[in-house]
Design a protein around this ligand. Sequence first.
Ligand SMILES: Nc1ncnc2c1ncn2[C@@H]1O[C@H](COP(=O)(O)OP(=O)(O)O)[C@@H](O)[C@H]1O
Ligand SMILES: [Mg+2]
Length: 377
Amino acid sequence: MAKLITLVGAVDRKPEELLRAAGMHVSAIADSALGVLASPSAKQPDVLIVDLRQSPVVSPTVGLLRRNHPNTGVMIIASGLDPALLVDAMRAGVTEVVAEPFTQEDLESAVHRVSAQNVGVALGQVIGFIGAKGGVGTTTVAVNVATMLGPMGKPGRTLLMDLHQSGGDAAVFMGVEPRFSVVDAIENSHRLDQNFLKTLVTTVTGQTDLLASPERPSAGRLDAIKTRRVIELASSAYAHTVIDLPRSDVTVLDALEQLKAVYIVANQELATVRSATRVAGMLRERYGRDKVGVVLTRSDRQADIGHADVEKAIGLPVAHTFPSDYRIALQALNKGRPLALDNHNDLSASFKRFAYQLSGERPDRVSSRGLFKRLRG
Ligand SMILES: Nc1ncnc2c1ncn2[C@@H]1O[C@H](COP(=O)(O)OP(=O)(O)O)[C@@H](O)[C@H]1O
Ligand SMILES: [Mg+2]
């Protein structure tokens, strides 16, 4: 079927003519009409194209439209690849940029990529964990939450994405040796689809896959637009995507528009709390207060710094607290088996509770469903 394109604020007739020549239905509207299109009940085109060749500023209405209509693909036409514009575009949820000089083929393939990402896609839930400091237990939380979310919620598997460009150790925690990595996915993002993604992941438990950090450090920095595309694709292929986020990679921190929530993993140490406060400020500025949360790990009731102090300092409520159990955490790491798979300890139960909280599923519903399955053999 011919694609329906809405073209906003075109500065000349070139894009419209090229799109029509490619067999698409184009309706051109003025910048001022974008607000109406962004309203929750407005009928959507397949792809919205915003012409920013004359004024390279992304209107906040574009971000609003993406939030109200996550299945509408949005791309922009720019006079050049200005990095500031690219970052603004990305934060607004734009997934393709076509720069001058462009051809019919450039526009056509960008439209196809945008609509392939968005048409009929049920977006799964994406959750990130970022450590306030190294060694606080971020990977432990990400690995165990992903393991527990695996069989929960809507049909569909869970993906753990280790976004460390080098030295990520989620694979060690899960006892697997992946052949491919998240860098393979990012470098091939222009041709990545759900099937290709499935060939890059490693199955770790019944319902959980891992897209691992590369074995060897890769050259060059990760590209935020490509990283973001991989996250979007993961969210279309998995019911839950859990991301182990690197703290020091600003590019990655610019690619998290798709995330439902980012949790800062902290403990009750002074330096960690101070660092968590900085990370929280940075994330809140980019994604708004509602998306950012804190979880405390290796919790200690006797600590001088209590939960209320942490909440006050960071300015965010503590969403969950994981107890401290060094022996069990270390044993699991040595075995390469997520500790949440083994019952009968407080830490494992705590991961399970948090996963229920994230999935919105009630524990009793899950267990009765399990019981029903067992009754039927
Ligand atoms: N709740 C916990 N209680 C005790 N030790 C923990 C806990 N969570 C993690 N650890 C231990 O802390 C160390 C660092 O954990 P890791 O998840 O790799 O941290 P990060 O990813 O933040 O660097 C590991 O030895 C791990 O076993
Ligand atoms: Mg880690």
